[in-house]
Design a protein around this ligand. Structure first.
Ligand code: GCW
Length: 679
């Protein structure tokens, strides 16, 4: 057993003999006509996959024979050029086609693309078809990604600790780089290529300027050289005060000529090490980080400084919109919009504003961030968090694709009905030529990469959705289960049911009905609705739930903080009137009396109790689902997940008890009959 090291690429032998026989007949010869580092990766991958899945080895050839697989680009492969694959014209640098056709009179499966990286993506797609036991006859696949830059953000520090990381230490062994290349760097790049992730920000957004010094740039170059053939570009975080900290200047004012000259020189230097460097991700004037506002300049002034110097090299700057300050007494949910919306149109074309999915902070559930749709002149990135900072770390099983989809599918109404967040982010709504998505990685040096075996599904789902946000959470779960565990329906059915409900279950036992940010102080693990008296009001829980003897919830309507007015009118009409507001967002937007009647006919207090009890019971149901897979999945993984699910259930009960008892001190009502049974 590999205990998860091989991720969704373990290539265990397929069980269905009929399928294997059919695949073997079609896959006897591997045809390539040229050499390149990326083509070598693709041929190794297909060789490894067929050896594992089919226990067969392909014969290498330069011309097709019976049952051939032909890989390449029309530019380098005369056989592929002769096919005149018209669809390639529209598929760009990363798209691919997979077709069954006849080449030189022989039946052949062709994986072709305009670039080798596109061909590598096609190869992984093809392997996925095999892993999930789909037909490889009459294939006519043509795909290209909907988002251009599909990026992981590592909050990894140079001492290898990982901020909000729960899967061990950082993968990047800075001490031994550049000379020692950990084989894991290859495994990491390979996993990303298999799901189309094409960029990685190596360092924490709470940045250390040292990464920009020459010794570190040599290390970064070593990583970039490993990643390049996999189509994976390196990005870094830039600490705004670097000109002062490592440059010896007395200011970091973005409009100061000496500061500009320093950054230009630094950026030019980076490109001598990494000619395809992707650019910078910057957190500025947020949670104590330095930024342009220290010099009375705007976020746009700050972002454009980098954008200008990166543009000649084809780089971008990703300027984060996660800003809030305690000095501003306003609702924290409003602050990003308040600061950024007026800057729309002021950013250079290669400056993207990176916006978290919701306005508070990666909660189990948040309505979409009001900046989406509000800055049509600026390409907005969507930032998801794969590491489960507020969702039970690497201990709780929470499949995040339903959360991602909820945001992507949310309608901003910015240009009328049908203006979903996904269309803002892929650039189609406002006709942007650059688009990007970021996922805060849940990866560390744990043997199984993500700590929880099911954390891998979140890395996987993020990559798949950045490639194609129209995929459903269910389809992605189905693929991942088959690739990771088994094609056996008696495994797929319970595991999929568990995964698809897991996020809703976590919402129920943590923060039902629109409650948010009531986790333990600072670490954000476990319940802490009682948190008060902290250095900042918005670091307490009482700020967010506002419970008192009359009721509970954060009033964000006109009678409260009016954060609702940051949305387009139809969204206001949906969330504002109590009769329309979906109950999942109720206490996000409204402060309501404990006896307020909900759609079920129950009072708010009773419904809160039911949610917490139901959530905790459902965590037990998850254990039962998983138990159905015993002896049908790898035993080590079975035991691992089983132990974690037992903890999750205990902690769901902890959440339930803590929250119900705490809120009861305000509601002063009994727990509804039938729920009080001890657990
Ligand atoms: O979610 C919060 C985290 C911080 C993080 C910050 C951010 C990297 O608690 O640890 O800092 O967001 O996104 O910048």
């Amino acid at each position: 057993a590999d205990d998860g090291y091989e991720l969704w690429l373990s290539y265990r032998p397929l069980a269905d003999a009929t399928v294997v026989k059919r695949y073997k007949a079609a896959l006897q010869t591997l045809v390539t006509e040229y050499e390149s580092p990326t083509l070598t990766l693709a041929t190794h991958e297909i060789t490894r996959a067929t050896a594992g899945l089919l226990k067969t080895s392909l014969v290498r050839a330069k011309t097709p024979a019976q049952g051939s697989l032909l890989l390449g680009t029309p530019r380098q492969s005369p056989l592929i050029a002769s096919l005149n694959l018209a669809s390639l014209a529209t598929l760009g640098d990363e798209g691919f086609v997979i077709v069954n056709t006849t080449v030189k009179g022989k039946p052949c499966i062709v994986i072709a693309a305009n670039t080798d990286v596109g061909m590598l993506y096609g190869t992984f797609h093809f392997i996925r078809l095999l892993q999930t036991q789909q037909s490889i006859q009459n294939l006519s696949v043509a795909q290209a990604p909907v988002i251009q830059r599909r990026i992981l953000n590592h909050w990894d520090n140079l001492d290898r600790t990982v901020e909000r990381g729960y899967a061990g230490f950082s993968l990047w062994d800075w001490h031994k780089l550049p000379d020692y290349i950990d084989p894991r760097y290859h495994a990491y790049a390979r996993a990303n290529a298999s799901i189309g992730i094409n960029g990685t920000v190596l360092t924490n957004v709470n940045a250390n300027a040292q990464i920009l010094t020459e010794p570190y740039l040599r290390k970064v170059k070593a990583l970039a050289d490993v990643f390049r053939p996999y189509g994976l570009k390196v990005y870094l975080t830039a600490r705004f005060s670097a000109p002062v900290e490592i440059g010896g200047l007395s200011t970091a004012d973005p409009l100061d000529p000496a500061v500009k000259a320093w950054w230009k020189k630094k950026i030019d230097e980076i490109y001598t090490y990494v000619p395809d460097f992707g650019g910078f991700c910057v957190k500025a004037n947020s949670e104590g980080q330095p930024g342009p506002q220290n010099y009375n300049r705007s976020h746009a002034d700050g972002a454009n400084l980098f954008a200008e110097m990166l543009a000649p090299h084809g780089g971008i700057v990703m300027w984060r919109a996660f800003v809030y300050s305690n000095e501003t007494p306003d609702d924290r949910a409003k602050q990003a919009y308040t600061e950024f919306k007026p800057l729309d149109g002021k950013f250079n074309s290669n400056a993207l504003v990176q916006v978290k999915n919701g306005a508070i902070d990666f909660q189990p559930r948040e309505p979409f961030h009001p900046l989406f749709g509000a800055m049509p002149k600026t390409p907005l990135m969507l930032e998801f968090q794969l590491t489960q900072e507020y969702l039970g770390f690497a201990t709780h099983l929470v499949y995040l694709a339903p959360l991602f989809k909820e945001t992507l599918d949310a309608d901003t109404y910015a240009k009328g009905k049908g203006s979903q967040v996904s269309k803002v982010v892929d650039g189609s709504l406002d006709h942007h030529t650059v688009s990007a998505m970021a996922g805060v990685a849940n990866i560390g040096n744990d043997r199984n990469w993500c700590g929880h075996p099911f954390g891998q599904a979140n890395w996987y789902a993020y990559g798949r959705l950045a490639w194609n946000h129209a995929l459903t959470a269910e389809a992605i779960a189905d693929e991942w289960i088959r690739m990771t565990f088994s094609n056996d329906p008696s495994v797929i059915t319970p595991v999929k049911a568990m995964m698809l409900s897991s996020r809703e279950i976590a919402v129920q036992y943590m923060t039902p009905l629109g409650l948010h940010h009531i986790m333990g102080y600072n670490h954000h693990y476990g319940p802490g609705p009682w948190i008060r008296d902290k250095p900042r009001a918005d670091w307490t829980s009482v700020y967010y739930h506002q419970a008192d003897s009359l009721g509970v919830g954060f009033d964000r309507t006109k009678t409260g903080s009016d954060a609702l007015s940051q949305y387009a009118q139809p969204v206001q009409d949906l969330y504002g009137p109590l009769a329309n507001c979906p109950e999942k967002y109720l206490l996000w937007f409204h402060h309501l009396p404990w006896d307020h009647k909900l759609k079920s006919g129950k009072s708010l207090w009773d419904e809160i109790c039911f949610a917490y009890y139901h959530g905790a019971d459902s965590a037990r149901w998850m254990q039962q689902q998983w138990n159905l897979t015993e002896h049908k999945v790898d035993d080590e993984q079975f035991q691992h997940v089983k132990s974690l699910l037992a903890i999750q259930h205990q902690e769901a009960v902890w959440w339930r008890n803590a929250c119900v008892v705490y809120f009861q001190t305000f509601s002063r009502q009994p727990i509804p009959a039938g729920l009080e049974k001890p657990d």
